[in-house]
Design a protein around this ligand. Structure first.
Ligand code: ATP
Length: 361
């Protein structure tokens, strides 16, 4: 049975440096949960606290109902997979995978069977007698996964497991990791700074900044309703415009910015006229078709360069302000058909639907 993992008011210091600040996360049994954030935000520190390599100064870590805060790592039933595969080059794959079971004094016949099953799960049963240097990077990563899985952990901990692989292999392996976690009903906690990796396979994720959890939710929740400017900019791309509330009605608010006025239906009831706010507009929310009505949410600008991103083209539109001393704003807009977005230098009109204008802290 998969277990829940509870992180309860965890604090961690390195000397006077406050690496984890009152971290509270509840991970459900069988969930594939991501810790996401920029370099140095404390992801690995939190993972190492869960594994038992760091002791928090205060707070508790529970696996199911059991308080494991003070248990040594080898008593925690966690399997760990690191960025470097850390395979022993002189051992065959089956010897590499068997190592953890030998350390636990599991009987020989059982070791043989469990290693076979683990290698089978990662589709490498036929390479059991090979050595690591005879395998590709992706295959070596699978062996590392088999080695973490073979001890039958209650919780799998993954620390940037794919960062050594090229882009294509990373795509394949992330689906593979999700498949295995779901097939084995494992609770897994996965650290990465790659938001695409997290968005594509996470059940839920926590976004961290400077040791503080900013938001916990499903990829769609966090992408659609980021709690603040940091999360909006870290998960996906976002245009930020500063403005002030002009009026507030039942249907939403009118926000005045130096580049135009926006009506938004996505704002708190407490927002009052005169309050300064940041608006967040995703590039894919910027539209080039005819707006329902002229006026609010329609912006005119000059088309700038195009960046092709494969499935979409990203246009930069230079919005200028009628106010004095306001720099032009480079609005990013994604468009499936780059031809509608104007050639560089051309004047274009774009608009944003009121339910796509986010109001951020
Ligand atoms: P990355 O993505 O770069 O691995 P991270 O979010 O995993 O970053 P951590 O490794 O958790 O970050 O580090 C968080 C902060 O704690 C960093 O500023 C780091 O320098 C500091 N830190 C981590 N381990 C130690 C340690 N053993 N002693 C002192 N400071 C540490």
């Amino acid at each position: 049975m998969p277990v829940s993992v509870t992180i309860d008011h965890v604090e961690k210091y390195f000397g006077s440096f406050h690496a984890l600040q009152d971290v509270n996360i509840q991970i459900q049994p069988g969930e594939l949960f991501f810790l996401l954030g920029p370099s140095g935000c404390g992801k690995t520190t939190l993972l190492r606290c869960i594994a038992g390599f760091h002791a928090p100064e205060s707070g508790r870590i529970l696996m199911g109902d059991e308080d494991i805060t003070n248990l040594p790592p080898y008593k925690r039933d966690t399997g760990m997979m690191f960025q470097s595969y850390a395979l022993w080059p002189h051992m065959t794959l089956e010897q590499n995978v068997a190592f953890g079971l030998e350390m636990r004094k599991v009987p020989r016949a059982e070791i043989r069977e469990r290693v076979r099953v683990a290698l089978d799960h990662v589709h490498l049963a036929d390479r059991a007698k090979s050595r690591p240097n005879q395998l590709s990077g992706g295959q070596q990563q699978r062996v590392a996964l088999a080695r973490a899985l073979v001890i039958d952990p209650k919780c799998l901990l993954l620390d940037e497991p794919l960062s050594n692989l090229d882009a294509k292999l990373r795509l394949e392996m992330r689906q593979e990791i999700r498949r295995i976690c779901k097939q084995q009903e494992l609770t897994a906690i996965y650290v990465t700074h790659d938001q695409k990796e997290a968005l594509s396979i996470a059940d839920r994720l926590a976004v961290m900044k400077s040791g503080v959890v900013q938001q916990v939710g499903s990829p769609a929740e966090v992408y659609r309703n980021p709690v603040n400017r940091f999360v909006a900019g870290f998960i996906g791309e976002c245009n930020f415009l500063e403005g002030a509330v002009e009026s507030r009605g039942d249907a939403g608010a009118k926000i005045k910015t130096p580049y135009g006025t926006f009506v938004t239906t996505r704002c708190a009831d407490t927002l009052s006229p005169g309050t300064f706010v940041t608006l967040g507009i995703r590039p894919e929310s910027v539209r080039f078709d005819t707006p329902p009505a002229e006026g609010a949410n329609v912006l005119a600008g000059t088309a700038q360069e195009t960046v092709y991103l494969g499935e979409v083209a990203q246009r930069v539109i230079r919005l200028s302000s009628s106010e004095k001393n306001v720099e032009p704003f480079q609005l990013k807009a994604s468009e499936l058909n780059p031809l509608v977005a104007g050639t560089p230098g051309e004047t274009v009109r774009v608009w944003v639907a009121p339910d796509q204008v986010m109001v951020l802290q």
